[in-house]
Design a protein around this ligand. Structure first.
Ligand code: C2E
Ligand code: MG
Ligand code: MG
Length: 429
């Protein structure tokens, strides 16, 4: 376990930090969120494993919350087993939901105390405001009331009711503006390279959706995709992504040979027959060979409707298009599924890669996935590589491809062309 001890500070310090961020966000016309995170039945951990273990759990919880906040001062221990997370400068109030999911995901993986392994259950109360419309005191009160409500109703998370209404109103405008942007061709694709760990060559790049909205700032795909999905426009989006990516690929310098491009195919399209036609049409229009296109499909999408997905993917695979299983490790697939999977590549989810330098269990999982994938003749890509140490370990574990901020953040088409022109394959070997 890690031990990043942030000193306990009293509520006055929380008010001070929160007030500072409220004022700053008011100037920038941004939103501020507050999460109060409570460990359920913390006494049981002390009773079962002793106080030293309880202390370690508190340290570890605060460390895990810190992982999702770039601002050290925004993670505050408030009481014995309560923590506050301030979310300053948000473009959209809907980011609160994302932060809640991330906190829950971080805390969800098990805790260890010597040879014992156990889970920690948390409950979250949240509030959000635009600028400094609410005072720090009012924000804390609203989050605490929301936490109380979550506890009473046995829910993992509750958002203050007034914040909820604000988010609805905001989302309504966001949804309208986003669908207009999609219709008016104002969305963008950024590219993130995947390099070969055997020779350093950049062989493929993943296309990632971006939207720089004049009113909402830069809106991440995790917010955009569910909105587009709800509006029933995922086929339209995927068609646009596919065609834009293949058009862009034709302009990439061929210093290292013709690179391939990967696009993300959403779950609800994987089993649709239209996918095959859409892909074939786009390849014909842009004159791109099948082998230069990879379709990234999440593990859970294939599991959802296995029979029709497998038949669709088998056709695409036989036609020479690469199928890649994205976010592998998060979807609970069985070994049976491995036997028949019509794929050429497997991407290990970044949640396993982030900590593999410090966490032996994560490193072992990554090793296991690499060995398993190779047994089934699948290439392995590790995503989320943020430092040289992780890159080196992956090299020794026999991972085939690497993708992550350490190599390059996702960048615009023009920046990606420059990146390729200046790229030296020996730099990551
Ligand atoms: P994904 O397909 O698993 O894409 C990888 C995500 O990890 C990207 O986030 C990328 O920016 C991020 N990433 C890559 N390297 C690192 C790293 O070293 N550290 C960290 N912290 N993150 C890293 P992004 O662009 O926000 O996309 C999130 C998800 O949204 C994607 O996950 C994908 O599921 C979805 N998405 C993105 N673009 C599209 C699209 O065009 N169509 C569809 N259907 N989904 C998309
Ligand atoms: Mg992907
Ligand atoms: Mg992924």
């Amino acid at each position: 376990m890690t031990s990043t001890r942030i000193p306990d500070i009293d509520r006055r310090a929380l008010f001070k930090t929160l007030s500072y961020h409220l004022t700053k966000s008011a100037i920038a016309k941004k939103h501020v969120g507050l999460l109060i995170i409570d460990i359920r039945d913390f006494k049981r951990i002390n009773r079962t494993f002793g106080f030293a273990c309880g202390d370690q759990v508190l340290d570890d919880v605060i460390h895990r919350i810190r992982l999702i906040s770039p601002h050290m001062e925004c993670v505050i221990r408030m009481g014995n087993n309560e923590f506050a997370l301030i979310l300053p400068g948000m473009d959209s109030p809907a980011f609160v939901g994302l932060a809640v999911n991330r906190v829950r995901k971080e805390i969800d993986s098990s805790f260890r105390w010597y040879d014992k392994e156990f889970n920690v259950d948390i409950c979250i109360g949240a509030a959000v405001t635009v600028g400094d419309r609410l005072s720090a005191q009012a924000m804390v009160l609203k989050s605490e009331n929301a936490l109380q409500q979550a506890k009473e109703e046995g829910l993992p998370f509750f958002l203050d009711t007034a914040s909820d209404k604000d988010i609805d109103a905001f989302n309504w405008k966001l949804e309208k503006d986003l669908l207009d942007a999609l219709a008016q061709n104002q969305l963008q694709l950024y590219y993130q390279p995947k390099i070969s760990l055997a020779n350093g060559l950049p062989l493929r790049a993943e296309a990632l959706l971006r939207w720089n909205s004049p009113d909402h700032g830069s809106v991440p795909p995790d917010i955009m995709i569910p909105i587009i999905e709800r509006a029933g426009k995922m086929t339209e989006l995927t068609k646009w992504v596919l065609n834009s990516a293949l058009r862009h690929l034709k302009d990439w310098p061929q210093t290292f040979g013709q690179m391939g491009v990967s696009i993300n195919v959403p779950a609800n399209i994987v089993h649709e027959r239209t996918l095959r036609d859409m892909v074939n049409d786009a390849l014909n229009i842009w004159g791109v060979k099948q082998e230069h296109l990879t379709l990234e499909i999440t593990e859970s999408a294939v599991i959802k409707d296995q029979q029709s997905s497998f038949s669709n993917l088998t056709h695409l695979n036989e036609a020479g298009i690469k199928i890649s299983i994205d976010d592998f490790g998060t979807g609970y697939s069985s070994l049976e599924y491995f036997k028949n999977i019509p794929a050429k590549e497997l991407k290990i989810d970044k949640s396993f890669v982030f900590n593999m330098f410090n966490d032996v269990a994560d490193k072992n999982i990554v090793q296991l996935v690499i060995d398993l994938a190779h047994k089934f003749n699948l290439d392995v890509v590790a995503e989320g590589i943020e430092d040289v140490e992780t890159l080196k370990i992956l090299q020794t574990l026999g991972c085939d491809f690497a993708q992550g901020y350490y190599i390059s953040h996702p960048i615009s088409q023009s920046d990606f062309i420059k990146w390729l022109e200046e790229y030296d394959p020996s730099q990551f070997l």
